[in-house]
Design a protein around this ligand. Structure first.
Ligand code: PEP
Length: 253
């Protein structure tokens, strides 16, 4: 049985007070509504991590993620955050290569390869984002584009390290646009990703890799998307900012 994961990516939203309120609400709902078969991950802005970490302590299935991490171990990189710092405050996951970071901060497959290594070396698990633009989807080259992202950033890993990676397939045209991929489109891409992984690492490893869908996922469409046999959960942006919506998505399995 593969893990099921729903991760909320707050992006650059929430003051400290708002973030802690949202966390408390999510924790209470997860506990009160006996949600225990899905790993819930909160990917907060850096400054919230430490306080959110305290609020989720002792809650079995709620985990903490950063939204990014520098590729260097430590040193003179003003304004940056290292994997060791994230680990020291209780983060267990790090989102890498979100399309907003690829686009606005020029993150390349090569840079993400280095960040993946840094995160894994610190014992943290990357949530590695991949996905195509509308232009690429319309040119029908989305499968090879996404497979290339995975090959260039992840396929240098040995099978043991690769098994720790969570993949998030996020078609860029569906992020924050209200335009969701259909459940067929999501399942088709997830299956293609799993096949690509199987060709490199074998079917057994591929069967265990968690592949999340991201892009305008909400309570009204989550169960249909999550029903895909290769869809193991979601990376949720906008809807993760409202506790009820986020928890309803978690309950969509
Ligand atoms: C995201 O940013 O990872 C995302 C999926 O955003 P949204 O759910 O808002 O489309």
């Amino acid at each position: 049985m593969r893990e099921k994961i729903v991760a909320g990516n707050w992006k650059m939203n929430n003051t400290m007070e708002e973030g802690l309120k949202l966390t408390s609400e999510v924790v209470h709902m997860v506990e009160d509504e006996s949600i225990n078969q899905v790993k819930v991950i909160l990917a907060t802005p850096f400054i919230h991590l430490s306080n959110v970490s305290k609020l989720i302590q002792g809650v079995d299935n709620v985990y903490l993620a950063a939204q990014n991490c520098n590729e260097h171990k430590s040193g003179a990189y003003t304004g940056e955050i290292s994997a060791a710092m994230l680990k020291s405050i209780g983060a267990e996951f790090v989102i890498l290569g979100h399309s907003e970071r690829r686009e606005y901060f020029n993150e390349s497959n090569q840079l993400l390869k280095e960040r993946t290594d840094t995160v894994l070396n610190e014992g943290l698990r990357p949530i590695f984002c991949c996905g195509e633009s509308l232009e690429i989807r319309e040119a029908e080259t989305h499968e090879s584009f996404v497979c290339q992202q995975l090959t260039e950033s992840l396929f240098h890993l040995d099978a043991d390290s690769f098994s720790k990676v969570v993949i998030a397939y996020e078609p860029i045209w569906a992020i924050g646009t209200g335009k969701t991929a259909s459940s067929e489109q999501a399942q088709e891409m997830h299956a293609a990703i799993r096949t690509h992984i199987a060709q490199k690492y074998g079917q057994e490893v591929a069967n265990e890799i968690v592949i999340l869908y991201g892009g305008s996922c909400k309570p009204s469409n989550a169960s249909e998307i999550f029903a895909g046999k290769d869809v193991d959960g979601g990376l949720i942006g906008g809807a993760s900012l409202k506790s009820r919506d986020f928890v309803d998505i978690i309950k969509s399995f």
